[in-house]
Design a protein around this ligand. Sequence first.
Ligand code: GTP
Ligand code: MG
Length: 211
Amino acid sequence: MEELFTIRQAEFSTSAGTEGNYPPALPCEIAIVGKSNVGKSSLINRLTNNNKLAKTSAQPGKTRLVNFFLLNRAFYLVDLPGYGFAKASKAEQKSWGELLDRYLSSGRVKHLLMLVDIRHTPTQDDLQMFRYLIYYNIPYTLVATKADKIAKSKRKQEANKRAKELGAPPFAIPFSSETGEGKAELLHRIGQIYADCLPKESDPEKVSAEE
Ligand code: GTP
Ligand code: MG
C-alpha cells in the first residue's frame, strides 16, 4: 500500500515584503494563491492541525506579506496575500500585486496550490492568475474551498466545474478547512509534489551501476 504523507511538524519561518527578504531556498517550495478570503491561511492551519499558525479573518485582506512556513523541517508552504480585494485602496492593491508578482517571478516556487471558492464562478482576477501561471509554466493543483457550504452530493461535480471554467482540465480537489474534507487527498498530492522536488533515483551513475 502507498505510504501516507503526513505533516509531523510545522513552524512559522519568515515574513517577507516587497524587498524580497526571503529565507534561504529549499529544494521544495509550494505556495498558495487565490482571491482574498478564499481560505488560503485556513487551509494551512487545517493541513498542519494548528489553528494559530497562519492568521485568518472573516474580513478579506488579512494576509499582507509573503509568509513562509517550514513543514517537516523539509519544505516550505507559503501563504500569500489574496488578490481582488476591492475594498483595499488602489495603493494597497498595487503593492500586493507587486508582492505577488515579485514572489512568483523569483523562481523559488515549485508548485502552486490555486484556490477557488467551490460556490462561485471564477472571477476576472482568478482567470488572470490562472493565465499567469500557465504563461510562466508553473505546475499547479486546483483546490475548491469551502466545500462544506454546498450539498455533499454536489461537491465533486462543482469543484470540477470551477476548474473547467478557469480553462483547466476539469479537476479540482474539494476541500473544507471547517470539516477537514479533502485533507487526505491534498496531503497525498503534496507528498507527490515533494517527491518530485527531490533528486531523482534515475541519475546516470545509479542506472549504469544497476546494468
Ligand atoms: P486573505 O488573507 O485575506 O487573502 O484571505 P485567506 O484566503 O487567507 O482566507 P482565510 O483563511 O483568512 O479565511 C477567510 C474566511 O473564510 C474566514 O472567516 C474563515 O473562517 C473562512 N473559511 C476558510 N475556509 C473555510 C471553509 O473551508 N469553510 C468555511 N465554512 N469557511 C471557511
Ligand atoms: Mg490569508
